[in-house]
Design a protein around this ligand. Structure first.
Ligand SMILES: NC(=O)c1ccc[n+]([C@@H]2O[C@H](COP(=O)([O-])OP(=O)(O)OC[C@H]3O[C@@H](n4cnc5c(N)ncnc54)[C@H](OP(=O)(O)O)[C@@H]3O)[C@@H](O)[C@H]2O)c1
Length: 330
């Protein structure tokens, strides 16, 4: 990737950009009304053992949703924390390691057998790896968790008919993205899915690229699920802005004290930052929309590369081809 204007190309510029964006004037899309409840709705959220996902799970449970926390760690204590914070007992936990295709398939089976179907899916889990690592399938881990797992999980949910479509509210599929999806200049079509070495210096750049893939997927998914201008699924994405979470856990130990200080001073708490996620899950204002993207609480177009149907179609095709190597048919 050759880009002279990159702003998310290392942890320092990304932190600076995140903080400076917080001070820009935002036009709020709206606010959650007290009557925007989720009673009777089943919401599955990945990566809810920590940070933004955990705070979102608490808010969703407070709004009356039955919350299914799909997590790699924190069973059962994080679920107990959500129950305690929300006063709701309708909180469940399922294990998943999103870097493992077999684990994703097991999650699908568990969702089907324990909950039958869900109303809302929030794809929140992500990682910022300090270096390129191979999953047990030999795929680069950050690519796998931050993009490929979402493609596989969402498509298997659809294939197994795991969304409630009862003629009332539309199912909602929500992707937690990042403004860093605007960073890359172009798609790397020629070596799509090939394992590439990188170290800490490049990890934020790779993170932005995978967010571009995920955001492009979200746009293409919305087009495919809603042909002929008839909306059957809402596919939303958002960037929560800088969050004081555990996302930088792999940063070098020497920088950790400084980063913790900066994160605490300038980044938003997960409880504040989850507002756009909860809004997109529960607000009636967005009911019936095929797609939407929020940065903090303001509406924005996604990057033009992500919205281009040529890129969306091509991404879908190369991803399907890649997954054949792992015997996954979408
Ligand atoms: N923090 C920010 O400034 C910021 C800014 C923009 C966007 N975001 C996005 O916000 C979302 C939430 O991140 P966060 O900031 O809350 O970070 P976080 O505290 O590190 O939470 C990440 C979550 O993803 C889970 N996860 C990672 N790898 C996984 C795997 N292989 N299988 C299953 N779960 C896995 C983690 O599980 P464990 O607890 O088991 O590790 C954790 O629950 C991400 O999509 C991130 O890209 C964050």
């Amino acid at each position: 990737m050759t880009n002279r204007k990159q702003k998310y190309n290392n942890p320092f510029t990304a932190t600076y950009k995140g903080i400076s964006d917080l001070f820009k004037k935002q036009e709020r899309v709206g606010t959650l009304n007290p009557d925007n409840r989720l009673d009777g709705k089943k919401v599955l959220i990945t990566g809810s053992s920590s940070g933004l996902g955990l705070a979102t799970a608490k808010d969703l449970a407070r709004l009356g949703a039955e919350v299914i926390m799909a997590v790699r760690s924190g069973i059962p204590e994080k679920g107990e924390e959500v129950k305690k914070a929300s006063g709701s007992e309708k909180v469940h936990m399922l294990h998943v390691d999103l870097s493992d295709f077999d684990s994703i398939k097991s999650l699908i089976k568990e969702v089907k057998s324990q909950f039958e179907k869900v109303d809302i899916l929030i794809c929140n889990a992500a990682v910022v790896s300090k270096e390129a690592r191979k999953t047990r399938h030999g795929v680069e881990e950050m690519f796998s968790v931050n993009y490929l797992a979402k493609f596989v999980f969402v498509n298997l949910m659809l294939k197994e008919d795991l969304f409630i479509k009862d003629g009332n509210d539309l199912p909602r599929i929500i992707f937690v993205s990042s403004e860093s999806h605007r960073n890359p200049d172009e798609f790397e079509w020629d070596d799509f899915g090939k394992f590439k070495e990188y170290g800490m210096g490049k990890s934020v750049e790779r993170y932005g690229y995978y967010k571009l893939l995920m955001t492009t997927f979200s746009q293409e998914l919305s087009r495919r699920l809603n042909p002929n201008q008839k909306t059957e699924y809402s596919v939303f994405a958002l960037c929560p802005g800088p969050v004081n979470s555990n996302i930088a856990r792999e940063a070098p130990a020497i920088f950790q004290p400084l980063m913790k200080l900066v994160f605490r001073a300038f980044f938003r708490s997960p409880e504040q930052a989850c507002e756009p996620v909860v809004y997109l899950a529960a607000s009636k204002d967005v009911e019936g929309k095929a797609t939407d993207y929020l940065f903090l609480m303001s509406r924005k177009p996604v990057d033009e590369k992500a919205v281009d149907p040529k890129n969306g179609g091509r991404l879908w095709k190369v991803t399907e081809e890649l997954l054949k190597n792992y015997k996954i048919e979408i």
